[in-house]
Write a protein that binds this ligand. Structure first.
Ligand code: MN
Length: 716
């Protein structure tokens, strides 16, 4: 246990002006107050707050934090009051101790909902003063270090909570060392077998590899020296827990995880970081997608470094991190590194935007479990970094979409987003954002969150907001949809549609109002035909309904045979003979595309590409779907394909474009300027082609042209 003078000396070693008297008084106060209380280890209780204070000196925290650490359990576990602390040690210390006490009071309870509640209190407390979190993490670290003295059941609960909440929080504020140690201890408690076998395997590899880590370090040191870069190189194996996590995520066995070694090159300045990177990449093969530049785009927790994966010395797959000494300090100590003793002022909540965001999710979640699920996702995911048009950086979990981005800016932006421009291009809302994308959210007051979005958003904030909206507005949507379905159906059958007719049949559908009937139809609980038949019992089945029924009868073989027998040209296989057919204008299917037929009301069969967005509308009407394919004869005739093209706004560009298309035997049948700026046009161009192959050739040729900056098949 740290002695009184040792603790005071530690603090004075980095803060010569520390309040020595107050530190001494706090040390004695804690000892006296905890008196004869014992820890489960049998040690005197006061050893715990003193060790917690000791941990915090490693992060060079200010005296108020060290004093609060010494006192952190006095109000909870002894007769001390917050007032007493305030009188003896001042307002700052008292309010930190108060925050920690409130947390501890509810922490003793277990269960998932209590865990969420703990988390909420923790967030609230630390949004006031981030030092509450720093002390809480040190407290948890010491408790984990002495966990083996507790009963098994408590060990499991504490370990789980540590992995779920405290380790991610430590990571979130950049306390890498604390995070790793918390994870390792919790991992060995919760998954002892997995932990032990990974450790054993690592030991074995270490012996086998005849100490490969020092060899690689020596080679990297030589590489730097040969190129005149002053650097210190270190290497380590990844921790058992991070290896295990990776095994879980990638579903890989330990053998497949080749990059279990990470190396660090620490240099003097930023310029040298990129020089070192140049040396590494020119000498070793880079592994695709493993390069990340967190120097030009730091993580939200302030982390800066260059990461790259290469096939390094000894032909081994390794990860290399390159950073300056200063970046290294911040990487290991995170927020605490900024919280040097000199900057004794409060850290404002606005610097910790993510804390606010978590609180916001909390307010929108229906129950604690949902909240915990959302926030867990939030904290574990890797990040991508995107920019607003003004250049503000928005950090998002990996696989985020423009909708996530919109909600990250503000809930109202998310709620009203209709589209997005990514790097100047209009892209679908489900597009996955990449690092460095510039995202402009297009909004409309008429837009509302859609259930569809829930399928592709990944941030807890977006999920919570969409669910909340949908919960409130689902019924409205069903009503509108149901009314629309009924009106169309009645109209297509040339029958009068009136509310009066519906009122008479309410009880047929156990409905209290017309809206109830609409909602049922909209939700698909009752079909439009059910309603029509109830209103007009004498009405005979329409042709359409007969057709729909009939589709189920003939097998594909029969249909094909019939078509052939008649000797008709077979453009599309799987149609019902004699039925009108047209190509959908939304997706412009071409021979070579995979296609599907939809039986429309009155217009025969519409042919769509299998990935056409419009098909989602028919998801609940399988009876309208036809399994069709292109027939051999389809390849002889011409079809219309539609391209979206971004063209430079320069003289002759349009002429170049039509020449290129003509050279590929394509014939422009329609051209539409969608959008025009000083520097470019956005065009929709319809081109007559034979098949998908020809259109692809045209796309390739256009891509190569200097006047075309973007070209792709247009889709709705
Ligand atoms: Mn404690």
């Amino acid at each position: 246990m740290l002695r009184q003078y040792e603790l005071v000396e530690l603090v004075k070693s980095y803060d010569p002006d520390a309040d020595e008297d107050a530190l001494n008084r706090a040390y004695v106060f804690a000892m006296k107050k905890h008196g004869a209380q014992l820890r489960e280890s049998g040690d005197p209780y006061y050893s715990h707050p003193i060790e917690v204070a000791g941990i915090l000196t490693k992060f060079k925290l200010d005296s108020a934090s060290i004093i609060a650490a010494l006192l952190h359990d006095t109000v909870e576990d002894t007769d001390t009051t917050v007032e007493e602390v305030r009188q003896l040690f001042g307002d700052q210390v008292a309010s930190i101790v108060d925050g920690l006490t409130k947390l501890a009071m509810i922490e003793q309870k277990s269960g998932n909902s209590k865990q969420a509640e703990n988390f909420r209190k923790l967030l609230l407390a630390m949004s006031e003063d981030i030092r509450v979190l720093l002390i809480k993490l040190a407290d948890r670290l010491h408790n984990m270090r002495t966990l083996h003295f507790c009963k098994p059941e408590k060990r499991m609960r504490i370990s789980k909570e540590t992995l779920d909440i405290y380790a991610p929080l430590a990571e979130r504020i950049g306390m890498q060392e604390v995070k790793s140690e918390l994870e390792e201890i919790a991992f060995s408690e919760l998954h002892k077998e997995a932990h032990d076998s990974i450790v054993a395997r690592l030991n074995f590899l270490r012996e086998q590899g005849s100490n490969i880590v020092p060899k690689i370090i020596r080679q990297l040191e030589k590489d730097m020296k040969d190129n005149g870069i002053k650097a210190s190189v270190s290497g380590r194996e990844k921790t058992p827990y991070s290896i295990w996590r990776k095994m879980q995520q990638k579903n890989a066995s330990f053998e497949q995880l080749s990059d279990i070694m990470a190396f660090r090159i620490i240099v003097d300045d930023i310029g040298s970081c990129y020089q070192a990177l140049g040396v590494i990449h020119s000498k070793y093969h880079m592994i695709p997608r493993r390069f990340k530049d967190y120097i030009s785009t730091p993580k939200p927790n302030g982390y800066k470094s260059i990461h790259t994966g290469v096939i390094g010395p000894e032909n081994t797959r390794i990860e290399i991190q390159i950073r300056t000494t200063e970046m290294h300090e911040i990487a290991e100590k995170g927020v605490a590194a900024h919280w040097a003793y000199k900057q004794g002022q409060r850290v404002e909540g606005k610097n910790f935007r993510w804390i606010r965001e978590l609180l916001e999710i909390l307010e929108q979640a229906q129950n604690p479990e949902e909240f915990l699920e959302n926030t867990k996702l939030e904290m574990y995911n890797d990040q991508v970094f995107c920019f607003t048009p003004k250049g503000d950086l928005i950090g998002l979990p990996i696989n985020s979409t423009p909708v996530d981005f919109a909600y990250a800016i503000h809930s109202s932006v998310g709620d009203s987003c209709v589209g997005a421009k990514i790097n100047g291009e209009i892209r679908p809302l489900r597009t996955i954002l990449q690092n460095g994308d510039q995202v402009e959210v297009l909004t409309s007051k008429a837009q509302h969150p859609s259930t569809e979005w829930e399928r592709f958003v990944v941030t807890g904030k977006a999920k919570a907001a969409i669910r909340r909206y949908v919960r409130a507005h689902k019924r409205d949507q069903f009503i509108t949809l149901g009314q629309e379905i009924l009106e169309r159906l009645f109209k297509s059958e040339n029958l009068e549609f009136s509310e009066k007719g519906l009122i008479n049949v309410l009880q047929n559908f156990e409905a209290d109002s017309i809206d109830d009937v609409y909602a049922k139809v909209g939700e698909g609980l009752v079909t439009g035909w059910d309603v029509l038949k109830a209103v007009y019992p004498a009405y005979k089945q329409s042709k359409l309904e007969k057709v729909v029924k009939a589709i189920k009868v003939p097998s594909l073989k029969k249909v094909l045979k019939k078509g052939k027998d008649k000797g008709e040209p077979l453009k599309i296989k799987g149609l019902i003979p004699g039925m009108a057919v047209h190509y959908a204008g939304c997706c412009h299917p071409l021979p070579g595309d995979r296609i599907v037929g939809i039986v429309t009301t009155g217009k025969g069969v519409a042919v769509h590409t299998i990935d056409c967005k419009l098909l989602e509308k028919f998801a609940n009407e399988p009876e309208r779907w036809l399994d069709i394919a292109w027939g051999d004869d389809a390849y002889g005739e011409t079809h219309v394909g539609r391209l979206k093209i971004m063209l430079s706004n320069e003289p002759g560009a349009l002429g170049d474009l039509s020449n290129l298309i003509a050279r590929c035997n394509g014939n422009i049948s329609n051209l539409n300027i969608v959008y025009r700026t000083v520097s470019y046009f956005e065009l929709l161009v319809d081109i007559e082609v034979k098949d998908i192959k020809q259109l692809s050739e045209i796309i390739d040729v256009l891509k190569a042209s200097k006047v075309v900056s973007y070209v792709a098949r247009a889709a709705q």
